[in-house]
Each structure stands twice: as structure tokens, then as C-alpha cells.
Write a protein that binds this ligand. Structure first.
Ligand SMILES: *Cc1c(COP(=O)(O)O)cnc(C)c1O
Length: 399
């Protein structure tokens, strides 16, 4: 019989043969646009720090002051003695920011999603998810034990049909706002129409939209509200955002009705049985929220970077998925070529991640380029140059 370790070795070997083995690279610098990666200085186009707040002096200062005022750790879970003034203030500011009755802070988006879905659904219920939803949403649906259905990406007619056939007592439709690996967006008005018609609940996880979309950074939902869509706690019951992307820190929140939030406080096990995030971190996030709301120029500048990048790639005949967000996916298809392209960029001092299955569907391996409001024009120029080499690899001019 094979030993446990031999078993694992074989599994890892198979991964490697499919060019799917993941590699962690170590950063020896702060997160930013110029980083030290495994000892090399490179320009990074792969963090989710879209607004450049991870290194913002005001955010750092708020963190320092939070440490001085409240110490390093929260010391307990929220329901014991870990719910501190910074968490409470952050919740209130998030409720106001999202225009919802209440908000609840979680230590991570993954836990928020698992927690919300498993708390709200029973075995007799049904959950409907966009095929390209984030892993935490899919896992939440699976772990809930409810009937689990996936609808084709952004295909709300198919969703409508699926919902129409379901007789589950509670039906929950779940979608990313901005899709993390493609950069495209859900249609909030369409989702509201379909869920309202079929008496289903709607949950939007806008981890990549908050801070980046909408005039005040209110994300895809904030933008839809500005466009005049009627959105409230009756037709979009559950809104999730995270602090690890545009906010430049980490953690997450759920916003919704007072009843929703109170239900989570009482019954959501991943909220109850975990240590509250450090109070200093909550202070840093409060500072980020403030910058997110007031620094419109960061969003405007991001759009300019994206526009220049897309135009250049289109001229090179590269396939860039439709996206107005800082997430730009250059689809190369084969895993091997995608790695080659990423390697070619690295040799030019550009760090762009190669995203492969199972993170994305088989045959859609891609370079995932992400922009930050602190990228300079010169850094963009360097990337555009690098894309010339990518185009050569894709078009087979280089073996
Ligand atoms: C990143 C992400 C999460 C996970 O959030 P973390 O705070 O990093 O755990 C959840 N949903 C989506 C859509 C994400 O992109």
C-alpha cells in the first residue's frame, strides 16, 4: 500500500505535469507598485491595492495611533469582550456609507461569505450562483447543504428559468459584483428584476467594486444607485464588501437590514467563534474609508490607465476580456504559454500573475493585470512595452 506521503507526492506530481503547480513568491518590500520580489526589483501589476491605500501615510498613521490607543489584539471574540470602540465606529460608518440600516465587520471576506450563506440557508432551501463567483461564495453555497445551482455567467434569463422551477421555501441568488478574474460586472438592475419576480433573495459580494466604482466608491451598487436604479433592503437584501482590496488593509463587512445583522450576530458561527480583528486594523480601515470617499481622482486616474492599456492590447491583437475595472484579463488559453508570457514580463522587471485553472475555467488561462491609482505613467509605458513581447509569444513569433 502507498504511504500517505507517496500519495501526496503523486498528486503534486500530476499538478506539476499539467503546468498547474502554484508558486509563492516572497516580497521583501511593502506592497506597492515597485516591489522586491525574491530579491529582484520589479514593477508590480498584480496586487488588488487598487487605490494605493496599503501604503498611504494617513492609513499607516491611523494604524499606529490605533495600536497606541487600543493595543495589538482584540483579545476575544465580539460576543465575549473583543468588540471594541473602533469596530463599533467602523460598523456605523459602513452603514452610512452603504446607505443600509446596519453593517457587521468580519475578519475576512471568505469567512463573511461562508458565514452569511450557511446561516441563512437550510437543507430545504436553494442557492443560485453565477458560475464565475468567488470560491468563498461557491463553498458557502455547497456547505449550506441547500440545493446548489450554478447559472451560466451573467445569464439572467437562464437564472429566471431555474428560479421558476424551484419550489424551495427560501431561494438565494448570489453574485460577485465585479468578477475577480475577468473584471466584468454583474447587472444589478437585471438581478433585482429577476429575484423580485421570483420571490428570491439577492446577495451581492462586491469585493472588487467597493472603492473603485461609483462616484464615492460605493461599488457597483453605489454606481447603480447613482444611475437611478431603485435599490433597497427589500430588493437587495445582502451586500458584502472587503477591506483587502481597494481599502488596502484586510477584513470584510456585511451590510443590510437590522434584522439581517442581528441574525448574523446571534447565529453566524464564523462571526461568533473567531477573534475580532485587531482594533488598530479597524482604525486603519476607518481612515481608508474616509480616503475612498473623498479621493475621486484615484478612480478617475485608474480609468485613464485602463483605457490606455486596453487600446494598446487591442492594437497588438491580444484578447482582453471586456472590463472597465482595474482588473484586465489577457486571455492566452494554454497554461504553458501563459506561464511563458508571465516569465517574459518578469525578465523585463514586470510582475503580472498567470492565472490558471482551477481558479479560471480550463482553456482560459490568462494574465491578470491589475492597476493601482499609484501607478505612474512611466510604469504604464514599461508595461505596454512588455505587452509587445506577450503578443509575440501569443502569435507564435517566439518559441
Ligand atoms: C477577495 C475576495 C473575497 C475574499 O475576501 P478576503 O477578505 O480576502 O478573504 C471574497 N469575495 C470576492 C469576490 C473576492 O474577490
Amino acid at each position: 500500500m502507498k504511504s500517505f506521503r507517496e500519495d501526496l507526492q503523486q498528486q503534486l506530481q500530476e499538478r506539476k505535469q499539467q503546468s498547474l503547480l502554484r508558486q509563492r513568491r516572497t516580497l521583501f518590500s511593502p506592497q506597492g507598485t515597485e516591489i522586491i520580489l525574491d530579491g529582484n526589483h520589479v514593477t508590480s501589476f498584480c496586487s488588488n491595492d487598487y487605490l494605493g491605500l496599503a501604503g498611504h501615510p494617513d492609513v499607516l498613521q491611523a494604524y499606529h495611533e490605533g495600536l497606541d490607543a487600543f493595543g495589538a489584539g482584540s483579545g476575544a471574540s465580539h460576543l465575549v469582550s473583543g468588540h471594541m470602540a473602533p469596530h463599533h465606529a467602523l460598523e456605523q460608518e459602513l452603514a452610512e456609507f452603504t446607505g443600509r440600516s446596519r453593517a457587521l465587520v468580519f475578519s475576512s471576506g471568505f469567512m463573511a461569505n461562508l458565514g452569511v450563506i450557511t446561516t441563512l440557508l437550510e437543507k430545504s432551501d436553494a442557492v443560485f450562483e453565477d458560475r464565475l463567483n468567488h470560491a468563498s461564495l461557491l463553498d458557502g453555497g455547497l456547505f449550506s447543504g441547500a440545493a446548489f445551482r450554478r447559472f451560466p455567467h451573467l445569464d439572467y434569463a437562464a437564472l429566471d428559468t431555474m428560479l421558476g422551477k424551484s419550489s424551495a421555501p427560501r431561494k438565494l441568488v448570489v453574485s460577485d459584483g465585479v468578477f475577480s478574474m475577468d473584471g466584468d460586472t454583474a447587472s444589478i438592475p437585471d438581478l433585482i428584476e429577476v429575484t423580485s419576480k421570483n420571490d428570491a433573495l439577492l446577495m451581492i459580494d462586491d469585493a472588487h467594486g467597493f472603492g473603485v466604482m461609483g462616484g464615492e466608491g460605493g461599488g457597483l451598487v453605489g454606481q447603480a444607485l447613482e444611475d437611478g436604479t431603485v435599490i433597497n433592503e427589500e430588493n437587495l437584501q445582502i451586500l458584502v464588501g472587503t477591506f483587502g482590496k481597494a481599502f488596502g488593509v484586510s477584513g470584510a463587512f456585511v451590510a443590510g437590514s437590522a434584522e439581517l445583522i442581528e441574525t448574523l450576530i446571534q447565529f453566524c458561527r464564523p462571526y461568533i467563534y473567531t477573534t475580532a480583528m485587531s482594533p488598530a486594523q479597524a482604525e486603519a480601515i476607518r481612515c481608508s474609508l474616509n480616503i475612498v470617499r473623498k479621493d475621486r481622482w484615484r478612480r478617475e486616474y485608474l480609468s485613464q490607465l485602463v483605457y490606455r492599456f486596453r487600446t494598446h492590447c487591442e492594437n497588438l491583437g491580444l484578447e482582453v476580456l471586456p472590463s472597465e475595472t482595474p482588473i484586465q484579463a489577457v486571455v492566452i488559453s494554454e497554461n504553458e504559454k501563459t506561464l511563458q508570457a508571465s516569465q517574459a514580463l518578469l525578465e523585463k522587471g514586470l510582475y503580472v500573475s498567470a492565472i490558471r485553472p482551477p481558479t479560471v475555467p480550463t482553456g482560459t488561462a490568462r494574465l491578470r493585470v491589475t492597476f493601482s491609482a499609484v501607478h505612474t505613467e512611466a510604469q504604464l509605458d514599461k508595461l505596454l512595452q512588455g505587452m509587445n513581447s506577450v503578443a509575440a509569444i501569443v502569435h507564435g513569433a517566439v518559441s
